[in-house]
Design a protein around this ligand. Structure first.
Ligand SMILES: Cc1cc2nc3c(=O)[nH]c(=O)nc-3n(C[C@H](O)[C@H](O)[C@H](O)COP(=O)(O)OP(=O)(O)OC[C@H]3O[C@@H](n4cnc5c(N)ncnc54)[C@H](O)[C@@H]3O)c2cc1C
Length: 414
């Protein structure tokens, strides 16, 4: 088994529970275990010696089209939920960059989307969930029932137990089309001010040219005209095997970045929902393009006042090590709910940087973590493959117990 980055892998025993009772039995057996959703976390947070594959759990799909409340199994994919609720004019309130994640994995990470005017963390829309705890008991957790377990599980990376089902509040879907406005930004500072100064767009995300450091900011809102046509669904292409390690290198990527900047010229255009929210889902298994040695994503969120300096020094640190990022994506975040225990999101900006780790990666990651700490940043735990515990947005001291442990947990103990 491997994380999405294929940078970490393991030979664990995999269990395929078909009911919550099966999960209870697995948990009660000796030894630690960890839930595995759809493996879209980049690092080793879902890997371990005993892996509980949650997609085999029953889907229990129950949607109330009057209230927008969805009850479903933890192994159900966002893609399957969207396929069912979009025709009913509802959608998930928070959409990360891929729809191939499970509900359980989304809660364990407390995923964020591109929302600017509405709360951007899944926790805000989570009503309750059912959890198999370390004693093997089933607990329903919400803001009022076992609230401490509820808040510790959200963003807790599977370390409090295995979620078997959940209830989420969905939101009405105005249209399947978005009006996307692309703006140019001369540099990192302008990317951040462009994001911060726009208070009207519903959604926003930015891309930075990794070498030129010029940017594109993509704002979007749902179209309001009663557009009758549904976007055409296109079959995603599949990358069937790992590409040679050398395929993505600084030369091929330089061409790609120039092409991407040229393709995304400033202006307004209408795009299907899927294209705006899930641009990478058009290519299944795109992670194989990085080759067998894999890649990492370093995603840090800095407080507003420190984001420019923190982001610039992070990129300079990579330059200093002669490393060219393959992708740099930025988002603006607002202050999260105060009850949240874990998480990397704070009022500020996040940078996500895709990289092919070279041989001296341990030294580089130490330097990157030092910059993140210096500028008050935190790392997103699902992207972590090698960071030091101090900078991860996960409060280990609040996750007592040893029943649920991953390779990530093991790394922190060393
Ligand atoms: C292309 C791409 C784009 C992405 N964009 C975003 C983004 O914009 N925003 C964002 O927030 N994230 C983003 N992500 C990260 C992704 O949303 C998270 O990693 C998510 O947790 C993956 O869900 P999964 O079902 O694959 O979980 P896995 O990767 O299998 O597991 C992730 C964590 O959740 C735990 N877990 C899984 N299921 C359960 C369960 N039933 N009970 C308890 N714990 C469980 C695992 O133990 C592990 O710690 C992106 C990932 C990719 C590949």
């Amino acid at each position: 088994m491997a994380g999405w980055g294929n940078f970490r892998n393991c030979f664990g025993t995999v269990f395929y529970p078909e009911t919550a009772q099966d999960v209870q039995k697995i948990v009660r057996e000796p030894g630690a275990c960890i839930a595995f959703g759809n493996g879209r976390s980049y690092g080793d947070s879902a890997l371990g010696e005993r892996i509980v594959y949650t997609r085999s759990l029953p889907p229990v799909f129950n949607f109330d089209a009057e209230t927008g409340v969805l009850r479903c199994g933890a192994g159900v994919l966002f893609a399957d939920i969207l396929a069912k609720v979009i025709p009913l004019r509802w959608m998930l309130p928070v959409l990360p960059g891929t729809r191939y994640i499970t509900v359980g994995g989304a809660i364990a990470a407390n995923v964020h989307g591109k929302n600017q005017r509405t709360p951007n963390l899944l926790s805000h829309y989570l009503l309750d969930f059912q959890l198999v705890t370390e004693t093997g008991d089933v607990q329903r957790c919400s803001r009022t029932q076992h609230p401490a377990v509820f808040w510790n599980t959200i963003g807790g990376m599977g370390r409090t137990g295995i979620i078997t089902e959940a209830r989420l509040q969905l939101v009405p879907l105005p249209s399947e089309w978005l009006e996307q406005r692309t703006e140019l930004a001369a540099d990192l500072a302008e990317v951040l001010t462009t994001l911060a100064n726009n208070s009207t767009a519903e959604f926003a995300v930015a891309w930075l040219h990794p070498t030129r450091r010029t940017g594109r900011v993509f704002f979007a809102q749902f179209t309001t005209d009663a557009s009758p046509t549904r976007p055409r669904t296109t079959r995603p292409l599949n990358i069937p095997f790992f590409a040679p390690n050398a395929l993505l290198n600084r030369h091929t990527m330089r061409w790609y970045h120039h092409w991407y900047a040229w393709k995304n010229r400033p202006g307004v255009r209408r795009v299907p929902l899927e294209q705006y929210f899930f641009p990478l889902d058009g290519l299944l298994n795109w992670n194989r393009l990085y080759g067998r040695r894999g890649f990492v994503q370093y995603q840090a969120c800095f407080p507003r006042a420190q984001a420019l300096a923190g982001g610039a020094v992070l990129l300079d640190t990579l330059d200093k090590h002669g490393l060219m990022p393959f992708l740099v994506v930025l988002k603006q975040h607002h202050a999260p709910e105060p009850e949240l225990v874990h998480g990397f999101v704070q009022d500020g900006f996040s940078l996500a940087i895709d990289l092919k780790p070279p041989r001296n990666w341990p030294q580089i990651i130490q330097d990157l973590d030092a910059v993140t700490a210096q500028f008050g940043g935190k790392i997103y735990a699902v992207k972590d493959a090698s960071s030091s515990p101090g900078v991860i947005g996960l409060r280990h001291e609040r996750l007592l117990g040893t029943k649920f442990a991953s390779m990530q947990t093991g790394r922190y103990k060393r």
